[in-house]
Design a protein around this ligand. Structure first.
Ligand code: ADP
Ligand code: TZD
Ligand code: MG
Length: 576
């Protein structure tokens, strides 16, 4: 019997009843969904209230996009679908960017939106917040469903969960029209209609022939390289991956959000020798990483002259040969594939030739040594390296803290400078390089893991979700935000020579973002040197109090588009 059911008199006999509201909540709870990221309003205000009353943690945001980014990263961190709940039309659209982002990044997420009355929407008669949401969501997510009858809520949610987490994870849209919530059905029938999803993401075992093929290619390599992507971090097969890397002795290169899967200070880590290993390797094994723009599509200058053979471990068969030939596709879940590789390797040790391993190590040490003095400068205003040198030490001393990172220079330089030591501790802009993930990611990271969070944010990047500092203060979350304030996008020095308006990339000079935090009862600090920055961050991390540090960065220190300026199209007509 449902504890949320109510007793009423129906046709003379006493009957237990339930309704759409309760069925949605019961279905979520039955499937272990403990948190909802939402913005309330018609028709889902009561759903949020009732879910909270039923013991689900319901976090209210100031904008659906941030609630959506929170749900997306919750999915990445937990392997369970993160749930974002929105109102109809505008709320739905605000959440949709995050749903598309989750799908693009292979994060499991469910966007549940209330919607207006089907009959009116379909005749386009102008309902309150009228929109054909299902049709709009479909091309932007992995699957989209609508539930019209209370007795279908259980199966609808089960489909949504399974679609989100099985195979290649992604975003799922679930459309719940207003009328559904108040639909009343017999409580027993309601309880029976719920579905507990069994084995939502079944193991996908690779074929022995594919495992052997991959190992044969790997063993024949002279200069092998393993690239770990965020799929490998998501898979939570940390021990198996560590064993494979160490047993093989092959240098590994972590993609941004795979940093820390093995520590960046690991002797086999090739992070600081990235261009060398991409250029010079002859066999590359991708584990949960796609050959997309972030890896220059597996071809061109980045990959050098040396002929390459690619081995790819991925759950999505269609990922194979998407850009270049994959000579050894290994389709399956990463845990199963990596375990199979380790078993097939037997007791045999390293497959990596010593001269290659030594060459990578030498290059890496050279680059690390080159960088070291720049990280120790104590200039004021700070440059990126001085400020990041301080933050790098903080993460070294607090390896279980979660680092959220967005911006252009602030992102690219932090990714290179700040070493990570544990899996799934670095959360950033992902495949699209989207600005605005910051506060949603920080909030979800704090909620889902209970760990302290350090959010390193470009001043522009922060602006996309800045209002959520109120949310952070309201829930009193252990989040320390550091704004790299260089007065603008990339740099704060652009000048508009054509008129009185400021240049398109600059913001108010000398802005004090720390005051925003104080407005909501959090701690605000203005830091003008690396020493001040370090002190302030340590104090914030020790206290666990919501803190925002305005780190004053030299407006001339950054470069256009950080490390990806080459992607900007150039007009040949541009005035000199
Ligand atoms: P990165 O940006 O770090 O290079 P991508 O997002 O491009 O990583 O790639 C992640 C890949 O991981 C996707 O192709 C996805 O299909 C794959 N993937 C995600 N989860 C798993 C899993 N459990 N097992 C195998 N592959 C996975
Ligand atoms: N809008 C969205 C949603 N994503 C984007 N990536 C952009 C716009 C374009 N963009 C970048 O690619 S980086 C960036 C923008 C606006 C901001 C860079 O400025 P910042 O960082 O202050 O965050 P730095 O340190 O000044 O480079
Ligand atoms: Mg900036």
């Amino acid at each position: 019997m449902l504890n949320t059911a109510q007793k009423t008199e129906a046709s003379g006999a006493e009957q237990e009843l339930t309704d759409g509201f309760h069925l949605v909540i019961d279905a979520l709870k039955l499937n272990g969904i403990e948190t909802i990221y939402n913005v309330p309003g018609i028709p889902i205000t009561d759903l949020g209230r009732m879910a909270q009353a039923a013991g689900i943690r319901v976090l209210s945001f100031r904008h659906e996009q941030n609630a959506g980014y929170a749900a997306a990263i919750a999915g990445f961190l937990t392997k369970k679908p993160g749930v974002c709940l929105t109102v109809s039309a505008p709320g739905f659209l605000n959440g949709l960017t995050a749903l598309a982002h989750a799908t693009t990044n292979c994060f499991p997420m469910i966007l549940i939106s209330g919607s207006s009355e089907r009959e009116i929407v379909d005749l386009q008669q102008g309902d309150y917040e009228e929109m054909d949401q299902l049709a709009i969501a479909k091309p932007l997510c992995k699957a989209a469903y609508r539930v019209l009858h209370a007795q279908d809520i259980g199966i609808g949610l089960a489909r949504a969960i399974r679609a989100a987490v099985s195979g290649r994870p992604g975003g799922v849209y679930l459309d719940l029209p207003a009328k559904l919530f108040a639909q009343v059905i017999n409580a027993e029938a309601g309880a029976k209609s719920l579905v507990k999803v069994i084995d939502a993401a079944p193991a996908q075992i690779p074929s022995p022939a594919a495992v052997k093929r991959a190992l044969d290619v790997l063993k024949a390599a002279k200069r092998p390289l393993i690239i770990l992507g965020k799929g490998a971090a998501y898979a939570q097969a940390d021990d198996a991956i560590k064993t494979l890397v160490e047993k093989s002795g092959i240098p590994f290169l972590p993609m941004s959000m795979a940093k820390g899967l093995l520590p960046d200070t690991h002797p086999q880590c090739a992070g600081a020798a990235r261009s060398t290993v991409l250029k010079d390797s002859d066999v590359v094994m991708l584990i949960g990483a796609r050959l997309n723009w972030l890896l220059s599509h597996g071809k061109g200058k980045t990959w050098g002259e040396a002929p390459k053979k690619f081995i790819q471990v991925d759950i999505e068969p269609r990922e194979m040969d998407s850009n270049v030939e994959i000579v050894a596709p290994l389709v399956g879940d990463i845990g199963s594939c990596v375990t199979a590789l380790i078993e097939a390797m037997g007791s045999g040790g390293t497959t990596a030739p010593a001269d290659w391993v030594d060459a990578v190590k030498a290059k890496r040490e050279e680059n690390v040594a080159k960088m070291a003095p720049r990280l120790m400068n104590n200039k004021s205003p700070m440059d990126y390296h001085g400020a990041l040198g301080a933050l790098r030490t903080i993460i070294k001393e607090r390896p279980d803290a979660i680092l959220v990172n967005e911006g252009a220079n602030t992102l690219d330089l932090a990714r290179g400078v700040i070493d990570m030591y544990q899996p799934r501790k670095r959360l950033d802009v992902g495949t699209w390089g989207v600005m605005g993930i910051g506060m949603g990611s920080a909030i979800a990271a704090a909620i889902e893991t209970g760990k302290p969070v350090l959010a390193v944010e470009g001043d522009s990047a922060f602006g996309f979700s800045g209002m959520e500092v109120e949310t952070i203060c309201r829930y009193n979350l252990p989040i320390c935000i550091v704004i790299f304030n260089n007065d603008g996008i990339y740099r704060g020095t652009d000048v508009n020579s054509a008129g009185a308006d400021p240049a398109t990339t600059v913001f108010v000079k000398g802005a004090r973002y720390d005051k925003m935090m104080e407005a909501f009862g959090g701690v605000g600090v203005n830091a003008t040197s690396p020493d001040e920055l370090k002190r302030a961050v340590n104090a914030a991390m020790d206290s666990g109090k919501p803190t925002l540090i305005n780190a004053v960065i030299d407006p001339a220190a950054g470069s256009e588009s950080g490390r990806i300026g080459n992607l900007n199209p150039q007009s040949v007509l541009k005035k000199k």
